[in-house]
Design a protein. Structure first.
Length: 202
């Protein structure tokens, strides 16, 4: 079993270290993890920091340099080259808060062999609970489903649209959940798409 991580990044040199550290210290067989970073129009040291932080720990590390200015189109490229049985779409300014995150995902799919999707527990510096949202990082998805669901080039909510299409296309009415939170959603990071969107509404 292998999990591919698809992570679009844009000029995150100030914010990516927590993610890199949390990946580096995961307690699992790192050969079963394929981190795929899509460096979208990065003009800072984001690419170098990824290389320096993970190359020695993950032999399957992939870094794609693109010029889309679109996280959705970058995710499409990452999903296309992914070789894992399952795909998890992360954000580059978030991080894992449990060194056994991947071990728990592996354990889930070994226990529930017919499941194609699982919801992961999460915490945030803003939201008061860790319930369901239509954001991509909340779902680990089998490769077949992910590869046949495409992102569009939208400035906002392309991840919400993707999850909704995934559930509609494959008639997913409910999904099991790994209750222990191990993903941290860094809400309202300075300069993020969400932050700029909220500022523009004010």
């Amino acid at each position: 079993m292998k999990i591919s991580l698809v992570i679009p990044v844009h000029n995150l040199e100030k914010y990516i270290e927590p993610l890199l550290v949390s990946l580096k210290y995961q307690v699992c067989d790192h050969d079963e993890i394929e981190p795929i970073f899509i460096c979208d129009t990065c003009v800072d040291r984001t690419h170098d920091l990824i290389e320096e932080g993970l190359r020695d720990s993950y032999k399957n590390l992939v870094i794609l340099d693109r010029e889309y200015r679109s996280s959705g189109l970058g995710r499409n490229d990452g999903i296309a080259v992914a070789t894992g049985e399952y795909i998890w779409l992360l954000d580059g300014d978030d991080w894992l808060i449990d060194n056994y995150a991947f071990a728990k995902i592996f354990s889930f799919f070994e226990t529930y062999k017919t499941e194609k999707v699982v919801h992961v527990g999460w915490l945030s510096n803003s939201y008061r609970n860790s319930g369901y949202l239509f954001t991509v990082w909340q779902w680990v998805v089998c490769s077949e489903y992910a590869k046949h669901t495409k992102f569009t080039c939208r400035p906002y909510d392309d991840d919400v649209e993707w999850v909704q299409k995934l559930f509609q296309n494959y008639h997913i009415e409910a999904a099991r959940r790994i209750a222990d939170p191990f993903y941290f959603y860094n809400f309202m990071r300075p300069g993020s798409v969400m932050t700029e969107r909220i500022k523009n509404k004010m």
